[in-house]
Design a protein around this ligand. Structure first.
Ligand code: AMP
Ligand code: GLY
Length: 420
């Protein structure tokens, strides 16, 4: 099969790595890709949010199957354009992608499905939103309705922070995403992520993970896209997973089908766990980044068969084979991230690191210059390892980190602390 993956981060490098190991893959192109992906697949430049440009590319390159990595092409309806032309694609329609693109939509689906989540109200007028916050009191959570690159959620521990967030959102700080605001009950507990493949009707859970969103050790400092992750997430016990599938995931999938917008792709459920009960924080309609890296490390080549089965509506007969193992990824970021940072510094030592089924450095923001790998983004490398225990996976990952010569970058040294 000829396969196209859309995206160019660590998530897509991990997907490409898994796909390439599967004998069913004859040719793999990744658009736009990055320097790490270029070492294992062809990279192409393409406007990945333009459905007709993607369709032209698919037809010119005789692509049989398209895997969409990030949310932006999904929210832009790229999967719809491809499906209308009978191209096999992994990823939800634009309508179904509202599960990530609209907080209000997700809340309505939860209501209809009876899925446990935080209580909420939604507003299009600042005055009414302020009155609601004063009535409810803090802590309280204020969310811009639309996609805001992970920055549209304010967890306000006091009323003033919540009221300021309302001023910012209705003042246009999040553009169109903030024209409508969802205000939610604050949920206390431990967060974890659950990844479930969905083919419109049937589901297949493919793993749990936890990430570290804050830039600083001990989970302090500014929020980031994620500084590291590990799988499995011990807080999501088998019992909780089964309750989440029954009470949240299956009813959501059924409600989406009932509305004529069946969900196909990966459903990434962000969950809050307290006293053995899970509630939904949010859905994403794609793999997490860097959570995908640890899932792919654990699944290996079979990941391709599972994604393919989801796209073809064959999940009822699919099965994921799990080793009793653990994986961890440590994100190396450019000094200054998530604030301003420099690009172009040279990263050394990568050639001497092992690259096999238990050790992989996935590239996020990298490019190649004069035959050298250089930093080209904020999050730059995802140093990933597998082990019989989380401790072993962690030791292997940090051993690789120590072999990387990049004074202009940093990482957290405490990834996995909560689980260890
Ligand atoms: P979201 O983009 O909805 O995932 O929100 C980003 C982060 O904000 C989540 O990962 C949680 O850490 C936090 N968060 C969102 N909603 C709530 C809530 N209702 N209660 C507590 N924390 C929340
Ligand atoms: N790592 C969080 C996310 O991908 O949304």
């Amino acid at each position: 099969m000829n396969i196209l993956i859309l995206g160019g981060g660590g998530r897509e490098h991990a997907l490409a790595w898994a796909v390439m190991q599967n004998p069913k893959c004859d040719k793999l192109i990744v658009a736009p890709g990055n320097a790490g992906i270029a070492a294992i697949a062809d990279c192409a430049s393409l406007n990945t949010e333009d459905g007709s440009a993607v369709l032209d590319f698919v037809q010119e390159n005789a692509i049989d199957f398209v895997i969409i990595g990030p949310e932006a092409p999904l929210a832009a309806g790229v999967a719809d354009v491809l499906r209308a032309a009978n191209i096999l694609v992994f990823g939800p329609s634009q309508a179904a992608a509202q599960l990530e693109a609209s907080k209000r939509f997700t809340k309505e689906i939860c209501d209809a499905a009876g899925a446990p989540t935080a209580g909420y109200a939604h507003f299009t007028q600042a005055d009414a939103a302020r009155a609601y916050i004063r009535e409810q009191g803090a802590p309280i959570v204020v969310k811009a309705d639309g996609l805001a690159a992970g920055k549209g959620v304010i967890v306000a521990m006091d009323e003033k922070t919540a009221l300021d967030a309302i001023d910012d959102m209705f003042g246009g700080a999040f553009g169109g995403a903030g024209a409508e605001v969802v205000i939610e009950e604050f949920m206390d507990g431990e967060e974890a992520s659950f990844f479930i493949l969905v083919d419109g009707e049937d589901i297949l859970p493919i793993g749990t993970a936890q990430d570290h969103k804050r830039v600083g050790e001990g989970d302090t400092g500014l929020n980031t896209g994620g500084m590291g992750a590990y799988s499995p997430a011990p807080v999501l016990t088998a019992e909780i997973q089964s309750a989440v599938l029954d009470d949240i995931i299956r009813p959501t999938v059924a409600e989406m089908a009932r509305r004529g917008m069946p969900y196909q792709g990966v459903l990434y459920a962000g969950l809050m766990i307290k006293d053995g009960q899970a509630r939904l924080v949010e859905y994403n309609v794609r793999f997490g980044d860097p959570e995908c890296q640890v899932l792919m490390m654990r699944l290996g080549a079979q990941a391709f068969d599972l994604l393919h089965a989801a796209a073809e509506g064959r999940l009822a007969e699919a099965q994921a084979n799990w080793a009793d193992d653990h994986a961890m990824t440590v994100v190396m970021a450019a000094n200054g991230y998530p604030g301003s940072y420099e690009k172009g510094s040279i990263i050394g030592g990568l050639d001497d690191l092992p690259e096999d089924s238990i050790n992989m450095v996935f590239h996020a923001g990298t490019s190649q210059a004069d035959g050298k790998i250089v930093a080209a983004g904020g999050r730059v490398l995802n140093v990933t390892a597998r082990g019989a225990s989380l401790q072993q996976a962690r030791d292997r990952a940090y051993a690789m980190v120590d072999g990387i010569d990049w004074p202009e970058g940093f990482c957290r040294r405490d990834i996995g602390w909560r689980a260890l």
